[in-house]
Design a protein around this ligand. Sequence first.
Ligand code: ZN
Ligand code: ZN
Length: 240
Amino acid sequence: MTPEPASDNSEQSSLLNGVVDLHVHTIHSDGQLAPAELARRAFVRGYAVLGLTDHVDQSNLSSALAAALAASRALSGHIGLTLLAGVELTHVPPAQIDAMVQSARDLGAHFVVVHGESPVEPVAPGTNMAALKAGADILAHPGLLTEAEASLAAEKGVFLELSARGGHGFGNGLVANLARKYGAGLLVNSDAHAPGDLMTPDFQKTVALGAGLSLAEYGSVMTAAFKLAEKFNRTRASSL
Ligand SMILES: [Zn+2]
Ligand SMILES: [Zn+2]
């Protein structure tokens, strides 16, 4: 049992260590828990930052994002972790991704994730490239990432995801290698759909090391993850 941090009300200190996870699902798409319960369970698991990213397409972008924003407004600052509101554009045709990234930002998303070309789902080819060109914040589980994609991720400042989710993570080693080669940012996200999918700090580290990162590289990834979360948190704060 992990002891709970002593302070439940200091956002500042909560951003200094713990898990940063910018990819989880709630009942507002296909996750099992409502945001408040997921956030509470994440806090107890050792999270500092939780980013809600329910699956969206054109039919539910505004409703799912509104739910995440409402949860973030109500809970962030009261639950011991920073709760951010994003979306995961999922199986959106590549030609429509650019406009949807913009729509999500216009609707107030703190950040935008695109569901990448996972090795275990029939995601449309061209999705990774469209997400990178659109300047999404995070390309989730990009699968058999190409050199051109890694290079563009670095150029556009799009973070590539190492996935802690079974199956989605089959490409992690390749993603880590190409991110290193081209200087692209990496994140380790859970893609949690159920409470048992949330990471402990140790498991987040295990996923990173298992992808081939050195301890020093893992430290750099976490430092960058906190910086990125702080950037998204400024977007949150400026919209209050
Ligand atoms: Zn899902
Ligand atoms: Zn997801």
